[in-house]
Design a protein around this ligand. Sequence first.
Ligand SMILES: Nc1ncnc2c1ncn2[C@@H]1O[C@H](COP(=O)(O)OP(=O)(O)OP(=O)(O)O)[C@@H](O)[C@H]1O
Ligand SMILES: Nc1ccn([C@H]2C[C@H](O)[C@@H](COP(=O)(O)O)O2)c(=O)n1
Length: 228
Amino acid sequence: MSVSNLITIDGPSGSGKGTVCHILAKKLKWHLLDSGALYRILAFAALKKQLPLNDSAALASLALTLDVSFVSNGSGVDTLLSGENIGDKLRTEVVGQAASEVASIEQVRAALLARQQAFLQAPGLIADGRDMGTVVFPDASVKIFLDASAEERAKRRFNQLQDKGFNVSIAQILSEIKERDYRDRNRAVAPLRPADDAFVIDSTSLTIDEVVEQILNLTALKLKIATE
Ligand SMILES: Nc1ncnc2c1ncn2[C@@H]1O[C@H](COP(=O)(O)OP(=O)(O)OP(=O)(O)O)[C@@H](O)[C@H]1O
Ligand SMILES: Nc1ccn([C@H]2C[C@H](O)[C@@H](COP(=O)(O)O)O2)c(=O)n1
């Protein structure tokens, strides 16, 4: 299928990628790839098996054999690992930091590449991650790099966790966000960075609706140019 029906959205943790990608996928009726979920599932499975998070060969082999499926449940999507619904176990800070660690291993990224590329199916795909526009889908016609200051992202995460009833410290969240940013941006393989042809949106003082509108406007403009 044509890669013109493909929007990649990369950016650091808490910049709003997941939220914006869900809205876009719903509006456009396109498929959604949450690539971070794949790294989180691998990290979760590795922690469960008590694999060292620096054992490249064992992690890559696990990545190739993971039995993962995403199943629509009417209101959302269930994440199944070997048939077990693990969706609510993936969004913890422990799993997030472990995902960031295993994601720095080249063999792991190679093992997950084809699995991610298989999501590109008609009528189109919204791909959410760190290297969607640079490595996984370098030919995408619309590439977004969604950013926001670390302080704003920590505030968003703080509000999100408080709403879920967690007693958290904003200073602790900010320090974890900075640690994950540093690892994701400075790893040797597929570091988090905007693709050369990405459109950078700083959402620090934008609402979610404003970000979605900017992306839809850009997509309409780009797809029109591509078909003229
Ligand atoms: N522009 C915005 N203004 C205010 N809040 C926002 C904005 N964008 C996202 N949020 C809120 O910030 C929180 C984090 O957003 P989200 O989970 O989409 O980020 P993310 O980039 O996908 O993070 P991660 O990579 O860690 O999964 C959510 O509670 C979301 O509602
Ligand atoms: N394309 C991707 C997606 C995710 N990762 C890593 C880096 C993140 O810290 C971790 C969890 O991602 P999240 O669910 O918070 O988006 O997974 C990556 O390296 N490449």
